[in-house]
Write a protein that binds this ligand. Sequence first.
Ligand SMILES: [Mn+2]
Length: 287
Amino acid sequence: MSFREFFISTEPTMTNLNGNIKPIVSVFGVPYDATTSYRPGCRFGPNALRDAFWKIEVYDRALDVDGEKLPIEDLGNLHPMPEPEQMVDAVSKVTKELLNDGKRPAIIGGEHTLTYGSFSSMPKDSKLIVFDAHFDMRDELYGRKLSHGTFLRRLSEKMNAERFIHVGGRAASKEEWFLVDKIKHITSTELLEGKQFDRLIADDDNLYVSVDMDILDPAFAPGVGTPEPGGISSDMLLRMLRKLRGKRIVGFDIVELDPSYDASGITAIAAASVFSTLCSVASLHEL
Ligand SMILES: [Mn+2]
C-alpha cells in the first residue's frame, strides 16, 4: 500500500488525463486549518478551488499554453488529522512518494503549515519562493511551535538561508522583520512602488512555489484566514508568476483560501487562476 492510498481519500477531483500521458502535476488537497489564529475555514479551500477551476478559462494567452489540454492528475484530499505534526508528516511522505515516481506535486490548502511538510521533501538544490503578506517566522504562535505563523521559521532552522525567497510581506512582528533581512525578499510596498521582481529571481532555476492567497489585497481576496490591507492586485500576482517561465518548477502549493469569508467567490476564482497559471508555467520546463 502506498502513502497516498493510506493518507488520501478521493473526493471531487479535477483530473484531466488523456490515455497514458504523464501528468504535468499531481494534485492533492490538504483540508486542514486546526492552527488557524484568526478566521477558521480554509479546510474548505481545496474543493472551493476545484469548483472554481472547472468554471474559468484556462488558456493562457501570455504564455500560449492551453490549460484545457494539460494533463492533471488529482489524487483527492488528505484525511482529517487533529495535530499539525501528523498533517505535515503525511504531506511530507506523500510529496516524497510523488517525487520518487517522477511526478510534480501541486498541493491545495488548507493552512500554510503544510508547506513545512512539502518543502522538507523537496530536492536539496531547490529553493522555496513564498508569496505571502506574512513572513510566518514567529518562534511560536499561541504556544505552538508548528503552526501557520511559524512554518518558515521552522524550515529556516534546518536549511540554508539561501534556499528561501519571500515576496509580498507587509504584516509581521518586529522580530520577523529582523529575521527576513537574512533572506532574499521583496515587500508589498516595494512591489507597489515599482521595485523589480525579475532581478530577485534572476539566478534561481529550481523552485518550489508557495502562494498564500493573503498576499493579495483584501479587495481582491477577502476569503482568507488572515487578511492584511496594503496588498497587491490579482493582476500583479499573475504577472509575477508568469515571470517564472523557463524555470524548473519542482512543485507548488496554494494555501489559506477560506471560502467561509468569500461570499462572492472571488478569492476562489483568483486561487483557481493562480493554480492554472502555475500549471502552465510548470509545463514549460521538464521536472
Ligand atoms: Mn499569510
